[in-house]
Design a protein around this ligand. Structure first.
Ligand code: FE2
Ligand code: FE2
Length: 331
């Protein structure tokens, strides 16, 4: 890190008269060191740099593609009354929808947010090392999309069930983000919304991937896919957290409010079960009473959310001094 880097945030803070003893500058220096370490280690830690597992070898026809515990209707009489083949098909659809959700969030939420930062679209003083780490993360995301595409493909191939992605509606987080950004005419405010959605996706996707547990009853391909993906996401969460801190520091007060409101909106979108997808699936599978079963699950508060862990976003808000400012019920 040198003074030759014109957008270096630590140096510019010092040049603005802040001392290195200030808590802000200490935090920046620590975060920058972490990012430098992640950028340096990428070539030997990233999943895209490793050999691919043989998915066909890992596929076990006798294992479930999705845990019952994550089905919002697993205890509903309609589901319990289905035969094993019908239940298996719903679990396989759930895996297809899970993968589609990951792929679409990577493509339409995460990478546009990273791209914004890679080009310092909010004039936050993103340095070369951060830009490098962000470009590496974008490569990771493209590879994750391929991994989840392959994970769905092997299931279709081995079971002989077509279950095409395009039969499903756009995913919930992408739908909501599109609503937010398409109604915002100001490009800078739209960029802040884009950043907020990326922040939530990147810091919280580990909690989503963790939902596919290490339970031995679950398809080994699926467990391997989420485990390999999650290894990269732990690094991405650190990068996204650091980006958020750098950008937040440079936003005006109204822009900070907009960003914090964007975090809350994105958490709400990201957390929820996608009942639009479930309605479509039970329709495609012609499940008798399926629509009523999904409606019952949607109206049951206990099944509303799939992702419940936003500890990382809460820590970020504490870190940037916005804990009392964000309008969020963390419970
Ligand atoms: Fe990813
Ligand atoms: Fe990521």
């Amino acid at each position: 890190m040198t003074l030759a880097e014109p957008h270096n945030r630590v140096e510019s803070a010092v040049l603005r008269g802040l001392t290195r003893d200030s808590a802000v500058v200490r935090g920046l220096a620590r975060d920058s060191a972490v990012i430098r370490g992640l950028a340096r280690s990428w070539s030997h830690r990233a999943t895209v740099k490793k050999a691919e597992p043989d998915l066909d070898d890992l596929f076990d026809l006798g294992k479930r593609d999705y845990p019952n515990a994550l089905l919002p209707f697993a205890d509903h009489d309609t589901f319990r009354g289905l035969d094993t083949d019908q239940q298996d098909r719903l679990r396989s659809w759930a895996w297809i929808a899970f993968n589609k959700n990951v792929m679409d969030v990577e493509e339409y939420v995460v990478n546009p947010g990273f791209d914004l930062i890679a080009h310092d679209g909010l004039d936050s003083g993103i340095g070369e090392t951060m830009a490098l780490a962000v470009h590496q993360a974008m490569v990771d995301e493209q590879y994750h999309t391929l991994m989840h595409l392959n994970a769905s493909a092997v299931m279709r191939r081995r079971r002989g069930w077509p279950m095409p992605n395009k039969a499903l509606p756009d995913v919930r987080t992408v739908r909501r983000q599109h609503e937010v950004t398409s109604s915002e005419p100001d490009p800078r405010r739209r960029a802040i919304d884009t950043l907020a959605y990326m922040t939530v996706a990147e810091i919280s996707i580990s909690a989503y991937l963790d939902l596919i547990s290490e339970d031995e009853a679950i398809q080994p391909v699926n467990r391997a896919t989420v485990a390999l993906h999650n290894r990269d996401e732990r690094a991405h969460a650190t990068i996204a957290d650091d980006i958020a801190g750098v950008v937040y520091d440079t936003l005006s007060e109204p822009e900070r409010d907009l960003y914090l409101a964007g975090l809350v909106d994105a958490m709400t979108a990201f957390a929820g079960n996608d009942f639009a997808a479930w309605h479509r699936i039970v329709e495609l599978e012609r499940v008798p009473g399926g629509r009523a079963m999904i409606d019952d699950a949607a109206h049951d508060g206990g099944h509303r959310n799939l992702v419940q862990d936003f500890t990382g976003i809460r820590k970020l808000c504490n870190h940037v001094g916005a804990a009392d400012r964000i309008q969020c019920d963390w419970t």
